[in-house]
Design a protein around this ligand. Structure first.
Ligand code: S3P
Length: 435
């Protein structure tokens, strides 16, 4: 395990291009593999998680050609219904919750197949009952360890459509059911309680499959094939959020972020930070927009003093992967920052409520676990600093680094290598902004 010290720094200055979006990369590869015709993917993320997806799809029979331009792939898929090359075996999802939850949607509809999805120590703690329930309702045979956890066994079956109310705000579960719906007789509808990221819906629309969206309800119908020839992956707003947070916290900073995805279902953190007083200028997609394409643009971020805020309800899914950064900003802001309705954070790469409360307390922040979130109290002054254990969670590792730049005595991050799950070049990109 590598320990890296991040010392209090001078301002972050300059332009940077965030790595390709992890969520959209997983979907691009999977939809490419489900297509009959070749799909060109541009700006595919090269990280541990997205490599797990490519490996699984290769085992299932897709051919993946890497072009000379980095991140450009041509995926020659096997088609939605074509018997997969492997009719069974073990698929290693590594650390990827998205692969673990999306792929079963496709496999469940491949009658005769038998697969076991498994991964690392952290993946074995991530609930899969949330995909088992709807898939079983659709006629699939799916079994989880203790009915709840991986390994997950998927026996392909003939599926039928369902009308499903999503009990958890989860884009992964929604996507799994929508993908299974492409293979299921009739139509499949899903109703969310509040909007979660909608990348799957946008790709479905571009794939010209029978698809409807009516507010929080989306419907797909049985489909023969996808018509998709190209997917360009925007920069990842969740990865960019670490640089946004660093620029907000380190006095004198001004950072311009190029080619970042601005889909409103992903930019809750930018709106929260703006409300806290952060100067973030850019064409964020308007809330509630539903388009075929993924909006991409530039964000211009500058340091400013921060004030506390409250995050709850609808805002939670659109900022879910950045809520730990809201805690960090809260530790530097004046007043009491409250995040609630976020129990889903307990089911991420780590229990992110316990982790952020313990790790930010360890560097001197006044933060408390409230069960479904946390409360952070600040007086506008930076916490002292110290040591943060990433707990194998990529987002905690990067949060620790950002905290180090802005805390009085810096921060030592234990397990910094975890960042490679989503952002292998994080340390180099950060160093370039500090030069
Ligand atoms: C993701 C959805 C979210 C998010 C995860 C990626 C996706 O998870 O936290 O990092 O790609 O669909 P949930 O669906 O579990 O909320």
């Amino acid at each position: 395990m590598s320990s890296v010290r991040f010392e209090p720094s001078g301002p972050l200055r300059g332009r940077f291009r965030p790595p390709p979006d992890k969520s959209i990369s997983h979907r691009a590869a999977l939809f490419g593999a489900m297509s009959d015709e070749p799909v060109a993917v541009r700006n595919y993320l090269d990280s541990a998680d997205t490599r797990s997806t490519l490996h699984a799809l290769l085992i299932l029979g897709a051919a993946i050609e890497e072009e000379s331009i980095p991140g450009t792939l041509v995926i020659r898929g096997v088609g939605l219904h074509t018997a997969l090359e492997a009719t069974g075996g073990r698929l290693d999802v590594g650390n990827s919750g998205t692969l673990l939850r999306l792929l079963p949607g496709w496999l469940a509809g491949q009658a005769g197949g038998e697969w076991t999805l498994d991964g690392d120590e952290s993946i074995r703690r991530r609930p899969v009952d949330r995909v088992v329930e709807p898939l079983v309702m659709m006629g699939a045979r799916v079994q989880a360890r203790g009915d709840r956890l991986p390994p997950l066994k998927v026996y392909g079956s003939d599926l039928h459509g369902i009308d499903y109310d999503l009990p958890v705000a989860s884009a992964q579960v929604k996507s799994c059911v929508l993908i299974a719906g492409l293979l299921a007789a009739g139509s499949t509808s899903i109703t969310e309680r509040t909007h979660s990221r909608d990348h799957t819906e946008r790709i479905l629309r571009r794939s010209r499959v029978p698809f409807e969206r009516d507010g929080l309800r989306v419907t797909v119908s049985a489909t023969d094939e996808l018509e998709l020839d190209e997917i360009t992956v925007p920069g990842d707003p969740s990865s960019a959020a670490f640089m946004v947070a660093a620029a907000c916290l380190v006095p004198g900073s001004r950072v311009v972020i190029d080619n970042v995805g601005l889909n409103w279902t992903r930019t809750g953190f930018m709106r929260i930070a703006q409300r806290m007083g952060a100067v973030i200028v850019g064409d964020l997609e308007e809330v509630d927009t539903f388009a075929d394409d993924e909006p991409v643009g530039e964000l211009d971020v500058a340091h400013a003093p921060l004030e506390a805020t409250t995050v709850a309800g609808d805002e939670v899914p659109t900022s879910i992967d950045e809520l730990t950064l809201v805690a960090l900003l809260g530790a530097f802001a004046e007043g009491e920052t409250v995040v609630s309705g976020a129990e889903e954070l307990r089911h991420k790469e780590s229990d992110r409520i316990t982790a952020v409360v313990e790790e930010l307390s360890a560097i001197g922040a006044d933060i408390e676990d409230t069960g479904d979130g946390f409360t952070v109290r600040g007086d506008g002054a930076p916490p002292a600093g110290g040591r943060i254990d990433a707990r194998g969670d990529h987002r905690l590792a990067m949060l620790g680094a950002v905290a180090g730049l802005a805390c009085g005595n810096g921060v030592e991050v234990v397990g910094m290598e975890a960042a490679a799950v989503s952002y292998p070049e994080f340390q180099q990109d950060l160093a370039a902004l500090l030069r």
